[in-house]
Every structure is written in structure tokens, then in C-alpha cells.
Ligand binder design. Structure first.
Ligand SMILES: Cc1ncc(COP(=O)(O)O)c(C=O)c1O
Length: 397
């Protein structure tokens, strides 16, 4: 049999899904598994958007233009305007989820061997795309004790090398729930400008900021027009994960032209997904207000329950829909697998994402987990019961 490539053999294993075979076995054995491992919301997609696509008179499901359906891109201009971000249609390129925007941006802006500074823990999938693109992630560690605040610019300076080409942040942050204040972003902007770097900002959780947090888009950082590339998505905003529609947004025409070259190779982002996304943007504001309120309630519940578990350390997320927590154990990878393979509480268990995969530093995150609060309050409560009991049983082993 011909052998598969080294690239494939060493491909990065997503911590979000790598325990799925164990979850499937647990379910086949009759256990109920609460999925807190993945950011797949249970909230309903706007009904009117689904109905609009169901009732449209389609004869052929055609390719869309590589850059995206024109009416959808125009609609996106108004969407950004409603967030006080002024853009033109040609500054927005529709992609197959934010995932593709990330991948194409890395391919477009960095040569193999060049370096990308990323505060860790970070959205684990960046590791995978960086690996395929041959780009080296240089992590800059944020700590739970400092509420995962963005490190000082002096620490970013220490990460610089002749190969540094870009900085990537996620705001609001997956997995930490941090929302970065405008002053911190301005400091980072000055750093990026000084060293002539790209600034990639993953803003897929833009709408989900809680309490007194105000979201500030990197697209509004003055003087950074040529540096900033924003990754966006409708997956979380409208519970449209399966539509596979995102965007790469930038005022740097050369970057977008380069991404378009890659986009032409894959011909088109899903045309049905774009129709859904366009219809979802016409949804009254109430939809997102209610969505955000639901996540805030879920966050409060999970944070409250975690805070009361002996030995668990966590931080109140200010945005997105994840809690990153340190558990009183040495090997969260083992614990998460044990939860699925061996543990059950009243016929139920919980699936979590082990923390280590959200770091580029190999020794970090070993006792940490990411918990996505994407289920209804009742299920979340039961999932927290499972976790609380599991921690007790595991510690007595
Ligand atoms: C921070 C972040 N960026 C990008 C993505 C990928 O989004 P999409 O479904 O649009 O590919 C996710 C999905 O969980 C995410 O959390």
C-alpha cells in the first residue's frame, strides 16, 4: 500500500474533537453525553432565514462567485456599518467559515518558516492551520491568575525575531472569554506598526460581550488599514455553524487579492449557506439581544457552579461562550477520556476539551479544560453535576 504523507501523519489533532470516538462509544453503550467540548450552540437558527431558503424558487444550486454572492456582500457592508465599521464591498471576501479565512490569510501573508505571535491559550485550530501553512506560532502566555489579560507590549517585543511577520489575537477570546479594551488594542496597534507586521483579529464572537464590556473592532484602529485582517463568521452569531459561511475583511487590497486567488481554486463558498446568512442579517435585532442574554445566563450558571467545586480555579468570561478552568488534577487529557470511558453519573457524563491543545507551549494547560456553555440551563446544570461528581470520584481513585 502506498504510504500517506508525513504532513498527514503529523497533522495536528484537534483537542475539540479528538475524544469523539470515546464519546460515540459511550453513547452506543447507552450513556447520555453532554457536549461541552465544542462551540456548537443549541439555540435556534432564525426561523425566517430557513423559511426564506426553503421557499425560494431554486432550479439550480449554482456556484457563487469566488468572492461571495454580491447581494450578500452588500448586505454585509450594512451589517458592519451598524457596528460603526465603514467598509466597501470589495473589502469583504466571503469564505467557507472563518476557518477558511484564517487558513487563506496565513497562506497569503506568511511564507513558510515565518513567525506568528499568538497569545496563548488560543483557539486550538490555529495550531493546525499554522502547521499546514508551514508557519511557526510563537506563543505569548496569558495566565489564569491575571484573568488572561493581554500581556504587556514589552513581552510582545521579546517574541520578535527576524522571521516575525504577524500577530494573531481573538477578541472576544475563545477559549478565555477575555474582551480586550481599546487602550490595549491601541498599544498592540503601535507595536504592529512599529515592526510593520500584519495584525490578524478573529472577531467571530463580536456580538457576545457581557456586563460592561464594549467591543472595539480592530478595523477601527486608525492608521492600521494596511495591517489588519479580520476573520468573521455567521456560525455562532446566528447558530449557523453548518452553513459554512465566514469572511476575511481587510482594507489591504493586496491581501484580499491574494486570498481571492486561493478562493478561486475552491470555486465558491456554499451558495445555500450565503442565502441563509443574508436572510439571517435581516432578522430583527431582538434575535441577537435574546441570544446574548441566553449566553450570559448560561455563563453565570457555569461560573457559579465551577467556583463552588473544590480545587477548581476559573475566571468569569466577559465574552464569547467558554470557561477555561484549572482542575485539581495533573492530566486533564486523561481525565476527559476517563469521563467518557469509565465514568457515569445517573447514566450521564460530560465531554470537555482538554486545555493543553489550546497552547503552543507543550508543557502548559495540562490540568486545564475548556467548557463551552452552549446548552440550555437544565442540561448545563446536569453537566455540572456530572463534573462535580466526577472530580470527587477521580480524586478518590
Ligand atoms: C475563535 C474562532 N474562530 C473561528 C472559528 C471557526 O468558525 P467557522 O465555523 O466560521 O469556521 C471558531 C469556531 O469555533 C472560533 O471559535
Amino acid at each position: 500500500m502506498p504510504s500517506i504523507s508525513n504532513r498527514a501523519t503529523h497533522a495536528y489533532a484537534s483537542p475539540i474533537r479528538k475524544l469523539s470516538p470515546f464519546a460515540n462509544r459511550a453513547k452506543a453503550a447507552g450513556k447520555q453525553v453532554f457536549h461541552l467540548n465544542i462551540g456548537q450552540p443549541d439555540l435556534l437558527t432564525p426561523r425566517s432565514a430557513i423559511t426564506r431558503v426553503q421557499t425560494s424558487n431554486l432550479d439550480v444550486i449554482a456556484y457563487a462567485p469566488a468572492e461571495g454572492i454580491p447581494s450578500y456582500r452588500r448586505r454585509l457592508v450594512s451589517y458592519y456599518q451598524s457596528h460603526n465599521i465603514e467598509l466597501t464591498v470589495d473589502q469583504i471576501l466571503v469564505t467557507i467559515g472563518a476557518s477558511e479565512a484564517i487558513f487563506f490569510s496565513l497562506l497569503s501573508c506568511l511564507n513558510p518558516g515565518e513567525e506568528l505571535i499568538v497569545p496563548e491559550p488560543f483557539y486550538a485550530i490555529y495550531n493546525g492551520f499554522a502547521q499546514i501553512a508551514g508557519v511557526k506560532i510563537v506563543p505569548i502566555t496569558c495566565s489564569l491568575d491575571a484573568s488572561f489579560a493581554l500581556p504587556e507590549i514589552a513581552d510582545f517585543e521579546k517574541c520578535m525575531s527576524p522571521c516575525t511577520k504577524a500577530v494573531l489575537i481573538c477578541n472576544p477570546n475563545n477559549p478565555t472569554g477575555c474582551v480586550y479594551p481599546p487602550a490595549k488594542l491601541a498599544d498592540l496597534a503601535a507595536f504592529v506598526k512599529k515592526h510593520n507586521l500584519f495584525l490578524f483579529v478573529d472577531e467571530v464572537y463580536r456580538e457576545f460581550c457581557y456586563d460592561d464590556q464594549v467591543f472595539f473592532s480592530a478595523l477601527n484602529l486608525p492608521g492600521l488599514e494596511e495591517h489588519v485582517v479580520v476573520f468573521d463568521s455567521v456560525s455562532k452569531r446566528f447558530s449557523l455553524c453548518g452553513a459554512r459561511v465566514g469572511a476575511a475583511v481587510s482594507r489591504n487590497a493586496a491581501v484580499l487579492a491574494s486570498i481571492v486567488r486561493f478562493a478561486r481554486l475552491r470555486l465558491s463558498a456554499p451558495s445555500l449557506g450565503q442565502m441563509l446568512a443574508e436572510a439571517a442579517l435581516e432578522e430583527p435585532a431582538d434575535y441577537l439581544i435574546a441570544t446574548k442574554a441566553a449566553y450570559r445566563e448560561r455563563r453565570d450558571l457555569v461560573f457559579d457552579r465551577l467556583s463552588k467545586m473544590p480545587g477548581v480555579k476559573t475566571y468569569l468570561p466577559k465574552g464569547a461562550f467558554y470557561c477555561f478552568a484549572a482542575l485539581p488534577l495533573a492530566d486533564a487529557d486523561h481525565f476527559c477520556q476517563w469521563l467518557l470511558e469509565e465514568f457515569s453519573w445517573e447514566g450521564k457524563t460530560v465531554m470537555l476539551a482538554p486545555g493543553n491543545g489550546f497552547y503552543a507551549s507543550p508543557h502548559l494547560g495540562k490540568s486545564e479544560v475548556r467548557i463551552a456553555f452552549v446548552l440550555n440551563l437544565e442540561d448545563l446544570n446536569l453537566a455540572m453535576d456530572c463534573l462535580e461528581n466526577a472530580l470527587r470520584v477521580y480524586s478518590e481513585k
